[in-house]
Design a protein around this ligand. Structure first.
Ligand SMILES: [Zn+2]
Length: 349
């Protein structure tokens, strides 16, 4: 699909777009086949959800995203081929396999070599013919499983550790994104991600210390250790909780804005922590881009509940402006701290 489908159009293609939007539970009130204000709004919401350019126009990129978003796990066999299979069914498969402790690689919705290896490992473990094709037999095996059944020993230790300690006395590892010669992403008005993250981290440290937590940073102000090294430092310190702070960025700017929190797919406590942080940060008025499972090294390789929070998009002028306000940064630090407190309260109850 090369042409653009936009407001004012009336065609079968518009009807197809509307059907796909509705299947994704987005509301479309326009007459069938007519691209009115309601269709445009639904397209914008979809683009926001997917983290792509939000312009309310269906071009090739948005169309591809709509097609990929339409696939449900079990709709088609998934296997390694050229060109590679892409879609939300692949994403769900990767996240389920990772949650079960099979390394299906990055959760990116692309069926590549590591997803193939993850499927084979799953098939080996669960007695399905080991052909690397995720078809009916593998799907049935997966459906028979509880995704939250015991996975790796380190994740089990994590759940236990969380119950043993309250926030007072807990060792919280704060990981300020980037640093040193790595400024991270740069906003339209020149703010560097690293500087804002560092300041947010200091404010968060102060706030959590007042609540009785012990605080360590993964890095000094002048260095930028790679993600695995940051995870290693947290593990070596025996941290009880890990909070990485970054800002989101949209290539080329765009209108994407809002707060997102990530956790490792195999960590239920990480997920619970991420949800609470997300609720608290978005209560400040940042747009809700929700919490998501990711297998980033700082989340996957750390052995304690771990989250990566991105309170806003540095590439969006409004978010950038907000985050340049020290009062807002204090409020964000307070919100993250409140999320952490709620996490420990729930563990104690
Ligand atoms: Zn970053």
């Amino acid at each position: 699909m090369k042409e653009l489908i936009r407001e004012g159009d009336h065609s079968q293609k518009v009807a197809d777009v509307q059907a796909r939007l509705r299947a994704l539970k987005l509301r479309v009130d326009d007459a069938g086949g007519y691209f009115g204000a309601s269709t445009k709004q639904a397209v914008r919401e979809f683009q926001q959800q997917r983290g792509i350019l939000v312009d309310g126009i269906v071009g090739p990129n948005t169309w591809n995203e709509l097609v990929e978003a339409s696939w449900r796990l079990g709709d088609r066999p998934l296997y390694l081929k050229v060109p590679v299979l892409r879609g939300d069914d692949v994403l769900v498969l990767q996240s389920r396999l990772n949650a079960l402790g099979f390394d299906a690689g990055r959760e990116d919705g692309i069926f590549g070599r590591s997803t193939y290896e993850g499927v084979r490992a799953f098939q080996r473990e669960y007695g399905v013919a080991e052909d690397g094709i995720f078809g009916h037999a593998s799907h049935a095996a997966l459906l028979g499983l509880r995704v939250d059944r015991p996975d790796t020993a380190s994740r089990l230790r994590e759940e236990l550790r969380r119950l043993e300690t309250g926030l007072a006395g807990a060792l919280v590892m704060i990981d300020p994104g980037h640093g040193g010669s790595d400024p991270g992403e740069i906003g339209p008005n020149g703010s560097a991600e690293a500087g804002i993250c560092w300041d947010l981290s200091l404010r968060l440290a102060e706030r959590l210390a007042r609540a009785g937590a012990r605080i360590r940073f993964t890095r000094t102000e002048i260095e930028h250790p790679d993600p695995s090294e940051r995870a290693r430092r947290a593990n070596a310190a025996g941290a009880d909780l890990y909070i990485a702070i970054h800002l989101n960025a949209h290539p080329g700017g765009g209108s994407a804005e809002g707060a997102t929190t990530f956790h490792f797919g195999g960590s239920r406590s990480g997920e619970s922590l991420a949800e609470k942080l997300q609720e608290e940060v978005t209560s400040l008025g940042f747009k809700d881009c929700r919490s998501h499972a990711r297998s980033y090294p700082v989340l996957r390789e750390t052995r304690m509940p771990a989250v990566l929070v991105e309170p806003g998009f540095i590439t969006h002028p409004d978010d950038e402006k907000r985050l340049n306000d020290p009062n807002v940064r204090s409020a964000v630090a307070d919100a993250i701290a409140r999320g952490v407190e709620r996490f420990y309260e729930e563990a104690a109850s």
